[in-house]
Design a protein around this ligand. Structure first.
Ligand code: HEM
Length: 136
């Protein structure tokens, strides 16, 4: 067996947070249209229950992300790495802000655009995270 390292633990926790943040949004996108017709009264409670799980996971992502960034010795990295990291941070900000717009907004546009922007930007951040961890 490969001996687990602290690096591996950090990555596993980062990815646990990512799986709930992104996976939860995808699952909800599939469930909400069904709930809207079968149990519309439950929509608010389901959304609040998801938020109670998702935001602590987002905090876990940020904390393990900062831990990872401190560990990689940023000044020694290429400009391509730095740019990729910067764009990733931009997408992280977008997914958080878009989620807030989605949750707080009452119009259909705020719900639809906020939800879609949150998921797309989180997927983009995940892709750039993979590029950071597995550079060519
Ligand atoms: C929604 C937000 C985020 C998503 C979806 C995300 C996703 C990912 C993924 C999928 C990886 C690749 C792991 C691997 O293949 O080993 C990764 C790596 C990384 N992430 Fe994130 N991340 C997010 C937020 C953050 C934040 C806020 C930071 C820093 C403050 C950060 C810093 C890093 C770093 C430095 C790496 C590469 C080094 C490592 O493996 O630890 N991430 N991220």
């Amino acid at each position: 067996m490969i001996t687990p390292s602290l690096d591996a633990l950090r990555t596993a926790l980062h990815l646990l947070g990512v799986s709930v943040w992104i996976g939860g949004q995808i699952v909800l996108a599939g469930i909400v249209p069904v709930l809207r017709t079968t149990a519309p009264d439950a929509l608010g409670a389901v959304a609040r229950a998801f938020a109670k799980l998702a935001w602590p996971m987002f905090l876990l992502i940020v904390l393990t992300g900062i831990w990872g960034y401190v560990d990689i010795d940023a000044p020694t990295k290429s400009s391509a790495y730095t740019i990729t990291f910067g764009v990733k941070m931009l997408l992280v900000a977008v997914t958080a802000i878009a989620s807030l717009v989605h949750a707080q907004g009452t119009s259909r546009a705020a719900k639809a655009i906020g939800g879609a922007a949150s998921l797309v930007s989180a997927l983009g951040a995940a892709w750039l995270g993979v590029l950071l961890a597995h550079p060519t």
